[in-house]
Design a protein around this ligand. Structure first.
Ligand SMILES: [Mg+2]
Length: 420
């Protein structure tokens, strides 16, 4: 948080990104209500949103709301290419750009004002350059902290700029609906509405105890803090970390391939999603297995693999990790119990623009541009998008990633495969 309270944090967010790209690619779609997807709406154009169509909705429901709705298939490689192009424009203004998804980023422009002017001028310049050079509408919010800047960009939509003045933050925030607070999805919103809490002001006035008992300890505390406009998170430029990892301790457990598969599926999901959020991928995958040793703290061993292709898709990471853990177990045939598994990915590189390969040689999920590799990439991006809107629990990945049932809706898979 800028100590002066000046609006030096910007949140830049492309409007209806997937749908806008489709309208950019095909002029016949401009001005028309379109939805990217089929069985499920992945994104809707503003013309379709006016009818109440929105991402995550079933195709059948969307068609009911908007009978003229036009469904188009997604061009995922174009989304990545154009998203990257926009990020490069943002980086012309400051190196402090934190990309948080394919189409949005925070910028700390504290050090840029002497070069480009005050935040409202920077916001205007960004919007003009993205419009002229990429051809897409982008909304920008500016405020003294990240949460407020993100809300400002949502209020600015479509295709607008909102700067929250330092002396008007609460006046801006309090009348807005609670659904704009980070972390409040439709379910939480309904719970709050049951208690008569509809605006951020009403939320800010609720006691922390009440919110904790209604929403759970962690979420209640987080949401209460944000509603009171207390957000001290800094903008951290992407790509600093040397590795991304996660571990799961599950108490002593007999070695069981199903347990291994399930735990690694969840870990791979978490690690790969974090890599994608940072727009990174890694060549080295390391797993750690902790064996239970009676009367001792346990014994950890690691196995790793470095490949030619950087990995960031959930499925591929899970498969590599599973192979490594089985190697480790095979090397220790006398061990019978494990208590922890961990995955980490290192040797990180910037995630390249996906180059689709022609399926002439052998298909391999390890190569991001191969048919299987790119289908996995596209599915992951769809999952990331849905989670961004509806929370992590909205799409369970692990069971599907590892050959189980449930989880990723078939529509995402279909869409991903059609794109090939
Ligand atoms: Mg967006």
């Amino acid at each position: 948080m800028a100590p002066t309270g000046r609006p030096t944090i910007l949140h830049a967010d492309l409007d209806a990104f997937y749908a806008s790209v489709e309208q950019l690619l095909d002029p016949a779609l401009r001005g028309r209500p379109i939805a990217v997807g089929g069985g499920v709406v992945l994104a809707a154009s503003y013309e379709a949103k006016r009818f109440g169509v929105s991402g995550g909705m079933s195709g059948a429901r969307a068609r009911q709301l908007c009978p003229d709705l036009l469904f188009v298939k997604g061009h995922f490689t174009e989304y990545q290419r154009l998203g990257d192009q926009v990020m490069a424009i943002l980086e012309d203004f400051t190196p402090a750009v934190q990309r948080i998804s394919i189409d949005e980023a925070f910028l700390d422009v504290t050090g840029a004002v002497h070069l480009f002017g005050p935040p409202d001028i920077i916001g205007t310049k960004i919007r003009r350059r993205v419009r002229e050079e990429v051809g897409l509408p982008i909304s920008v919010g500016a405020a003294s902290n990240k949460h407020l800047a993100k809300i400002a960009s949502q209020v600015a939509k479509p295709d607008g700029l909102v700067v929250v003045p330092p002396d008007g933050e609460e006046a801006f925030l309090h009348p807005l609906p609670v659904g704009l607070v980070w972390g409040i999805g439709p379910v939480t919103q309904a719970k709050l509405a049951d208690r008569g809490i509809r605006t951020i002001g009403e939320l800010a006035g609720s006691s922390e105890d009440a919110l904790r008992s209604l929403l759970g300890k962690a979420l209640g505390a987080k949401i209460g803090t944000l509603a009171r406009n207390d957000d001290r998170r800094k903008v951290t430029a992407n790509g600093r970390a040397g590795s991304v990892g996660s571990q799961s301790a599950f108490g002593r457990h007999d070695i069981d391939p199903r347990l291994v598969r399930e735990v690694l599926g969840n870990l791979a999901d978490r690690v790969a999603a974090r890599l994608r959020a940072k727009h990174r991928a890694g060549r080295t995958v390391t797993v750690r297995v902790r064996f239970v040793v009676p009367g001792a703290p346990g014994r950890s061993i690691t196995r790793s693999r470095t490949g030619p292709e950087p990995v960031c898709t959930t499925l591929t990471l899970a498969e590599i990790a599973e192979g490594l853990v089985h190697q480790a177990l095979d090397d220790h045939p006398r061990e019978t119990q494990i208590s922890l598994l961990a995955i980490s990915v290192s040797n990180l590189v910037d995630q390249p623009v996906l180059q689709l390969e022609l399926p002439v040689v052998s298909d391999s999920p390890l190569r991001p541009g191969s048919p299987t590799g790119s289908a996995r990439w596209a599915v992951d991006h769809s999952v990331d998008r849905v989670r961004e809107r509806f929370g992590k629990a909205a799409v369970g990945y692990a069971s599907v990633a590892l050959g189980g049932r449930g989880g990723v809706p078939d529509e995402f898979r279909e869409l991903a495969e059609k794109e090939l």
